[in-house]
Design a protein around this ligand. Structure first.
Ligand SMILES: Nc1ncnc2c1ncn2[C@@H]1O[C@H](COP(=O)(O)OP(=O)(O)OP(=O)(O)O)[C@@H](O)[C@H]1O
Length: 310
């Protein structure tokens, strides 16, 4: 199956020469949810803006549903819905009209039933005749989402949709995303909330300094996440792991004062009991035992940190 979104060697240099994207390539299948993680200034918004035609690429290409975003812009753009990071709504306009107009901008015929469904789904129906300026910040975010959905996009970009929103809206968002996925909509969201990526993404991409560092299946990442370390601190440092304890999962700490055992928390047998018995049999005495869980956050911070050359 051809990917619904194909980004090839995309580069963006802003006026002044700053390179915000340095040859980004990415393929996304229809119906997939990709969470794009990255530190501030990594290039997430630039990537989304370039795909949506708000920013022009310096080099490379993007196609959406087979339509090139430069040579076939209208067709490509009509397939895309964008929920931007910044609230850019007309304060005196009414909720329902804002959403209706948005659909019209894409040349789609009026569809009051659909607009009603979207507004209800986003708990905005009761506010449909309110002016935007009368809404809370969270409700304005809901309006942005309603606008982005009004022309029935096949690919939806959510640029930090849950930044600064309350728990309830975050839950609603996740539900809406799940429902859109059931309808076959492809979703790309940027987020700083790693638990959000864990909760809803099929794949996770990490971008840093204008480059994609990783795009991986979330379950594969979760398998990595499932790893835990047990540190067996010893009263006397060792120069090497004793022969009777040799195992791939076991290594000596840099100062020789601890044995570090890596195990899978989800495995039926972690091997800890056996390890501790073997440690005792080897005549070693323990000072303390500490466990550590590696998280997606650790992996992420580690990766971005290394990339910075730190
Ligand atoms: N219009 C512009 N002119 C010059 N530089 C820009 C412009 N827009 C963004 N940049 C720079 O490009 C880099 C990437 O910015 P971008 O907004 O894409 O990052 P981001 O990953 O979305 O960050 P955040 O998580 O803070 O939203 C930053 O260094 C930013 O300062």
């Amino acid at each position: 199956m051809a990917p619904i979104l194909k980004v090839t060697d995309l580069c963006k240099a802003y006026a002044g020469g700053f390179e915000a994207l340095k040859g980004v390539s990415l393929e996304i299948d229809e119906g997939e949810i990709l969470a794009l993680l990255g530190p501030n200034g990594a290039g997430k918004t630039t990537l989304i803006s370039t795909v949506c035609g708000i920013t022009t690429a310096t080099a490379g290409s993007v196609s959406v549903g087979g339509h090139d975003t430069i040579t076939d812009f209208r067709a490509a753009r009509a397939m895309i819905g964008l929920v931007p990071q910044e609230i850019n709504l007309e304060p005196f306009e009414r909720v329902q009209n804002t959403v209706r107009f948005s659909r019209g901008l894409f040349g789609k015929p009026a569809n009051p039933a659909l607009i009603e469904k979207i507004l209800k789904q986003l708990s905005l129906w009761d506010k449909r005749d309110n002016q935007i300026r009368e809404l809370s910040g969270g409700m304005k975010r809901r309006v942005l989402i309603a606008k982005a959905l009004s022309h029935e996009p096949r690919v939806l970009f959510l640029d930090e949709p849950t930044a600064g929103v309350d728990v309830e809206l975050r839950r609603d968002m996740w539900e809406i995303v799940a429902e859109l996925k059931r309808d076959g909509v492809t979703i790309i969201l940027t987020t700083h909330y790693i638990e959000e990526a864990e909760a809803i993404a099929d794949r996770v991409g990490v971008i840093s300094d204008g480059e994609i560092l990783l795009v991986e299946d979330k379950d594969t990442l979760m398998a990595r996440l499932g790893k835990k370390e047990l540190e067996v601190q010893l009263t006397e440092p060792l120069s090497e792991v004793p022969a009777s304890l040799q195992s791939e999962a076991l290594r000596l700490s840099d100062d020789g004062g601890a044995l570090i055992y890596t195990y899978d928390t989800r495995a039926e047998r972690t091997g800890i009991t056996k390890l501790l018995a073997a440690v005792a049999d080897a005549g070693l005495t323990l000072r303390d035992v500490v466990t550590r869980q590696s998280s997606l956050e650790d992996i992420f911070v580690d990766m971005v940190h290394k990339e910075d050359g730190a």
